[in-house]
Design a protein. Structure first.
Length: 535
């Protein structure tokens, strides 16, 4: 089929992009590998999955009708409700007629002669379009650990991003969870409520902070709704589009009493305040970070009864906030339950998965076999570039994007790649992520603006310049200097030892402020996109 634009992915980005291109009068179409809309919220059906951003700051802001008709029911919406929301949006905007589901894009090759993209699906069919928009998400390529015997397990096992649609009843079951990132933490605290036994295999503990979720009553929703303009305006002002913004003071510019009082207040407040609303220097000043880490360690020690277990739950190889902070609800108290065990796999590594469970051992201990009914892999994603690597994307010189980005991504504004004309990335590497729907709306509006400009001026080829890419990539790298998070292994620094070639840290994320990012992109648009090669 021939389209004006092909969008890959029907998540939050793809849905809004489709809506915007349709409004331009373009024949746009989404290919989506899932059987429904929702992207992240379609795939991540694991128990306990929910927002870490306040629900009312997370929904789409562009449509008054959507804002008027949708009620959030919890401050941090659970996955089923969010999936319902995205289905509501798809219905309301009548998007489904331009989406093909169960359609995985395997390749997209630029054709210079015709100035269009040839897109191939898993079923072998080919579809062509002038514009290609990747709306494939920064955390959508799940990765399984490389453990011997993984296929031999006879019970139920799955990655958190591939959970079955029918909820699993954990009652009476012996359950294992491998991984303690934001996903593992949410899973563990939920499964612990009903499982007969729950065994957590932890390689690296993470610094967590309390979520403080709660219901939103009809009355509260009626009070929130008129405040939407103010809520979204606030998100536009803050560093990462969350409702929280850093305290302009330095950690040691206040007295110890003031400092502790501030941290107590943040620890007791909803959402990301502890991470995003803290003193301005906690992620750049080692001493400040160490003091904050010490505060949170004390909290963990107070909440976990067995101090040997508490010690194992306190990170020692990175400071608070230098990795993405999982938000939790009684996560640490789970370890006080008699049916819960914590296995530190740095001490007792997993030897293999067996037919009946997991065998741990290592030099320091004798081998031990744990039997399970269910093994949950909360082992994360081949983040940021992984979803691009999984598609055979080839540009003007036939070079694969995966090869072009071997030493780390190189982009212009995080939106375009040199040699890949008419391809636009929404939430690609080097863009401002933060409170993601806010960033998505900006990104999509900007991409729509370029396409409108090209259409209005009869232009059929749009590409960034090598100098533009060099400037932006250097800028993104410079912004990352001095950030403690860039000295730590995590998905944010491109590390995933379950994936070949992802063992060296890279700068894949834009770590400047969202307002600065928008100002730079606005300037390009106001300058008539003269920074691009348009023909
Ligand atoms: P993650 O943060 O990358 O965590 C993966 C976990 O699996 C880590 O504990 C990791 O240990 C462990 N692991 C990986 N390979 C392993 C192996 N071979 N053996 C043993 N353990 C292994 O992934 P995630 O928890 O899925 O979270 C990814 C991101 O998704 C989050 O940071 C967040 O941005 C997003 N997320 C958001 C929400 C939300 O908004 N509410 C919820 C969940 C996730 P190491 O640390 O030692 O590598």
């Amino acid at each position: 089929m021939q389209f004006d634009a092909i969008i890959i992915g029907a998540g939050i980005s793809g849905l809004y992009q489709l809506h915007c291109l349709r409004k331009l009068g373009l024949k746009a179409h989404i290919f989506e590998s899932g059987t429904g809309v929702g992207g992240t919220w379609y795939w991540n059906r694991y128990p306990g999955a929910r927002f870490d951003s306040e629900s009312y700051s997370y929904g789409y802001s562009f449509s008054q009708e959507l804002l008027d008709e949708w009620d959030w029911t919890e401050h941090f919406s659970p996955q089923p409700k969010t999936l319902e929301y995205l289905n509501f949006v798809a219905d309301k905007l009548d998007l489904r007629r331009d989406i093909t589901f169960s359609a995985r894009v395997t390749a997209a090759h630029w054709q210079e002669a015709t100035r269009d993209w040839h897109v191939t699906l898993e079923d072998g069919s080919r579809h062509d379009a002038r514009f290609l928009i990747t709306a494939i998400g920064p955390l959508s390529a799940p990765t399984m650990p490389k453990i011997e015997g993984i296929d031999s397990f006879r019970g139920l096992s799955c990655h958190t991003a591939r959970f079955p649609k029918e909820p699993i009843d954990f009652t009476g079951k012996r359950v294992a969870v491998i991984g303690t990132g934001a996903t593992g933490v949410q899973t563990i605290q939920e499964v612990a409520k009903t499982a007969r036994t729950l065994t957590i295999f932890q390689r690296t503990p993470n610094w967590c902070a309390p979520l403080h979720n709660g219901p939103i009553t009809k009355q509260e929703m009626a009070e929130i709704r008129p405040r939407y303009p103010e809520i979204f305006a606030r998100c536009q002002e803050t560093f990462s589009c969350f409702l929280h913004s850093p305290d302009p003071r330095g950690t040691f510019e206040v007295t110890q009493e003031e400092r502790e009082a501030k941290w107590e207040q943040l620890y007791g407040s909803k959402g990301f305040g502890m991470w995003q609303g803290n003193f301005r220097d906690i992620l750049t000043d080692r001493k400040a970070n160490a003091a904050l880490s010490d505060f949170v360690a004390r909290k963990i020690r107070q909440r976990v009864k067995d101090q040997a277990t508490a010690t194992r739950l306190i990170p020692t190889n990175h400071g608070f906030g230098t990795r993405r902070v999982p938000l939790e609800t009684r996560y640490y108290e789970v370890y006080n339950q008699p049916n819960v065990r914590l296995v530190d796999i740095k001490q007792t590594p997993i030897e293999r998965i067996t037919e009946n469970g997991i065998r741990v051992g290592g030099l320091k201990t004798t081998a031990e076999q744990f039997d399970f009914d269910i093994i949950i892999y909360a082992t994360g994603f081949d983040a940021i570039t992984g979803s691009f690597d999984r598609i055979d994307l080839r540009g003007a010189d036939g070079l694969r994007l995966k090869d072009k980005w071997k030493g780390g991504p190189q982009t212009w504004l995080g939106v375009q790649v040199e040699g890949f004309p008419n391809m636009f990335m929404v939430m690609g590497p080097h863009t401002a992520l933060g409170n993601i729907p806010r960033s998505i709306e900006y990104n999509v509006d900007w991409v729509t603006g370029v396409i409108r400009h090209m259409r209005d001026h009869g232009l059929t080829r749009g590409e960034c310049t090598p100098a533009g890419v060099q400037d932006w990539t250097d800028h993104v790298k410079a912004l990352g200097e001095g950030l403690l998070s860039n000295e730590v292994d995590s998905w944010m620094t491109g590390i995933n030892r379950n994936v070949e070639g992802k063992t060296e840290r890279i700068v894949a994320r834009y770590s400047g402020s969202a307002p600065a990012y928008r100002a730079r992109c606005d300037a390009v648009a106001e300058g008539g996109y003269r920074e691009m090669r348009l023909a």
